[in-house]
Design a protein around this ligand. Sequence first.
Ligand code: NAD
Length: 383
Amino acid sequence: MKFSIALISGDGIGPEVTAWAVAALEKSVRSSGCSFDFIPLKAGGAAIDETGSPLPLETLETAKQCGAVLLGAMGGPKWDKGQVRPEQGLLALRSGLGVFANLRPAALLPPLRSACPLKPEISGAGGAAGFDMLIVRELTGGIYFGAHGRERIARDGGETETAAFDTERYSSGEIERILRVGYSCAGSRRKKLCIVDKANVLESSRLWREVGERVSKDYPDIETSYLYVDNAAMQLIRAPVQFDVIVTSNLFGDILSDEASVLTGSIGMLPSASLAGVPRSGGADGGTGGAHILGLYEPIHGSAPDIAGQDSANPLAAILSAAMALRYSFNMEKEARAIEAAVTAVLDAGLRTKDIASRDGDSGNERIVGTKEMGEAVLAALE
Ligand code: NAD
């Protein structure tokens, strides 16, 4: 069987890291009877240079026809001052594909314990297992998409002044579908789900809780809890091991997932998946239970113009994003795990790009390598 993957390498380090994600995908399915057809497409700065648009219509239409979209990163100083910006292409791509569920795993991998800024007794590094959480962020609703604008309002004394507003608005359907993504993921993890909101103040959050209480009844084997977002921000630093799956709104998820990412040691390690449907928990090994779901897979980092073209970008976030594509869009859990195991193996062997070098002066068996050597090592470890 042959699947199509839209390949948007993008700008800066995007092409350098996605090349290794492509190679890992190809190698991972060698003995499965499947293969991938990668369709190169332009978006972001590269597309502005070529077509004037950060998301040419042809890119979106072709991407929609593919089984998955693999993205590097978009943006860079070259386009920062223009009217048309690469990041507009990214937002248009996400909403054009309808990918409403953003999954960001944040785990402390044992070989990277010394790259975590938390004390070992807090990160869990001192014990048997470090923290391992999945943040599920609603991606196409809420305050980023609600009504916003400016208006003149009356001030005491008869004068007027400018006011600005943004609107947090969620329908029960939008909340239910993102919660079901969270429950599905929790079902193949440690069976704990925490809904993060601000229900002591916000009406929209109170609707999140109402829907949460109803939907949670369909998942009796999963422990549901609720946290206010301010408390959640503290708990992530104070005791991250308590979390399994966190489900939250677009705005809260944006902030909390960046906070969680820094705990893992480097932005160069973190993959993400944005899905257009609810994955069906495939039992013990997760996956989609056979259903195909269109997804956009990308490392969470940007185009890192400061290191582009220097063979020093960490390709692991892009490679781990490829593993997520296998898991969620192609129902290939075994192959996804093989890629993840290969990444752990090269880290165990001591290979480090600069961003994940040990910070505590204890470099042990570490050896600093470039993008190419790291990518080659992952491929070699991928049986
Ligand atoms: P960035 O993530 O590109 O870089 C932040 C820092 O992390 C830099 O020091 C960079 O060298 C380092 N870094 C990032 N990825 C790395 C990797 N794989 N290996 C090693 N080090 C890595 O964020 P920024 O500097 O704020 O943004 C640069 C450009 O990327 C901007 O134009 C921004 O708009 C864009 N951006 C795009 C996306 C996306 O496409 N999804 C996301 C964030 C930023």
